[in-house]
Ligand binder design. Structure first.
Ligand code: FAD
Length: 452
């Protein structure tokens, strides 16, 4: 029985069991709510099934190509190393199954009922499952995530997206990846390390536009050195399958190119269609995302939305925080708004990039007077390996009060180092605080406290 005297089947019905939906459902249940969740594909969502987790495993697998080569100068003889794509693919998919199972168990252990089917809103408090079952809930949470955008061009059906990349039967000898964001650059690195010839095409001449310019330029330089081809200011005209079974891609501003696989990494679209949101009166933004307030409440009082479907910051830890905050707000008697400022992020390219806070450009535009400290160095391991690859760390300070407003890095293990450095930036520490910290030697991270 709800507080308003109405009987509902559930206190909360969540649509989508991904990062945000699973966290919200579990925490709501732990606050004593009766919860059900519908998942039309697999419990775990994008991150676990076809995003962060399997992607990072492929990144690890790919990096062995460099490690095995570098091992020679460290005295190791490794004769005739061979890579078997299907072994890595199957091991990754097996681990994905394991983690998805753990997510299912977590829901079950918390008393959350799981419907493995499509769900949509059919009334203000009513949800209809594809099996025909109709249920009611006092609160509804939309956590349906996003899906890859596929450009509208002739022959686009010949292309794949990141969803399919994890299931390829064999590695393509040549791949064209469309896009300039983190997914395009990460998969370019993965395929390139496995020996596939990679061409990236991008509509503009800017890769990874939310990252600091010097760090982006360094990735472009290193990626080019590793053999990845870039074509800028190129837009798809069409894709044709040739008699030999290859794909001929035509684009603006460049010659046609023949490849064996085309992968679209051209952004992600919020999953808001076919959910009955219009009938429920839920307001959508320009890009189809659900508009929410600081507490993730939509334009309808008892309907909330978290994660990628809201188009705020499309990252797993953000979806998880939003889901947790929603559950605490609505069922834990503890109104909690997620702070979207100063979110650290990474690109698992080869080498990886990580950043937190303002880029140098953003700091100059918003603060005016900034101080920039920079360490441009060749990591010790690369020197001995004979690998001509330099790391770059940047600290951006507000010159007025010495506060660090941004840190940006490219180099081995940059995301691991950044997680700790981001605490300092979030806490508003100054350059003097960094200077006062003794270095750990010899590390790459010590550069952060040695910049003068
Ligand atoms: P999702 O995890 O997408 O979950 C939504 C779920 O809803 C899905 O399982 C879907 O099947 C289900 N669903 C949709 N509609 C319905 C319906 N009508 N009925 C029932 N179920 C429905 N983020 C990071 O932080 N770090 C990374 O390294 C990273 N790498 C990524 C790599 C790739 C290739 C991709 C694609 C994404 C990556 N992300 C990464 C982003 C991250 O995966 C997402 O931000 C995160 O999964 C969003 O969580 P969510 O709960 O909003 O949605």
């Amino acid at each position: 029985m709800a507080k308003d005297g109405t009987e509902y089947d559930y206190d909360l019905f969540t649509i989508g069991a991904g990062s945000g939906g699973v966290r919200a459902s579990r925490v709501a249940a732990s606050h004593g709510a009766k919860v059900a969740v519908a998942e039309e594909y697999r419990v775990g969502g994008t991150c676990v099934i076809r995003g962060c987790v399997p992607k990072k495993m492929l990144v690890y697998g790919a990096h062995f190509a460099e490690d095995l080569e570098d091992a020679k100068n460290f005295g190791w003889t490794i004769s005739n190393p061979k890579f078997e794509w299907t072994t890595l693919r199957d091991n990754v998919l097996r681990d994905v199954d394991r983690i998805s199972g753990l997510y299912g168990e977590t829901l079950e252990n918390n008393g959350v009922e799981v419907f493995t089917e499509h769900a949509e809103l059919t009334g203000p408090h009513e949800i209809t499952l594809v099996s025909g079952k109709v249920v009611t809930a006092r609160y509804i949470l939309i956590a349906t995530g996003a899906r890859p955008h596929v450009p509208d061009c002739p022959g686009s059906e010949h292309g794949i997206t990141s969803n399919e990349a994890f299931h390829l039967d064999a590695l393509p000898p040549r791949i064209l990846i469309a896009g300039g964001g983190y997914i395009a650059n990460e998969f370019a690195g993965i395929f390139n390390e496995f020996g596939t010839h990679v061409t990236i095409i991008n509509r503009t001449d800017t890769l990874l536009r939310h990252y600091d310019e010097s760090v982006r330029d360094r990735l472009l330089q290193i990626s080019t050195m590793k053999g990845i081809d870039f074509r800028f200011h190129a837009e798809f005209r069409g894709i044709e399958r040739t008699d030999e079974g290859c794909l001929k891609v035509s684009m603006t501003g460049h010659d046609d190119i023949e490849v064996d696989c085309v992968m679209f990494a051209t952004g992600r679209v919020p999953n808001t269609e076919g959910l009955g949101l219009d009938k429920a009166g839920v307001e959508l933004g320009d890009k189809g995302e659900i508009v929410v307030d600081r507490f993730s409440k939509t334009s309808v009082d008892h309907i909330y939305a978290v994660g990628d479907v809201t188009g705020r910051v499309q990252l797993t830890p953000v979806a998880i925080r939003e889901g947790h905050a929603f559950a605490d707000t609505v069922f834990g008697d503890n109104p909690t708004a997620v702070d979207h400022q100063c979110i650290p992020a990474a690109v698992f390219s080869h080498p990886p990039i990580a950043g937190v806070g303002l880029t140098e450009g953003e700091a100059r535009n918003t603060l005016g007077d900034v101080k920039v400290y920079q360490a441009d160095f060749r990591p010790m391991k690369n020197v001995l390996a004979g690998r001509n690859e330099r790391g770059l760390y940047k600290i951006i300070c507000n010159a007025g009060n010495d506060k660090i407003v941004g840190i940006h890095m490219i180099g081995p293990e940059a995301p691991e180092i950044m997680q700790a450095a981001a605490v300092a930036v979030k806490a508003g520490l100054t350059k003097a605080d960094f200077d006062a910290t003794v270095a750990i030697h010899p590390t790459m991270a010590e550069e952060l406290v040695l910049m003068r």
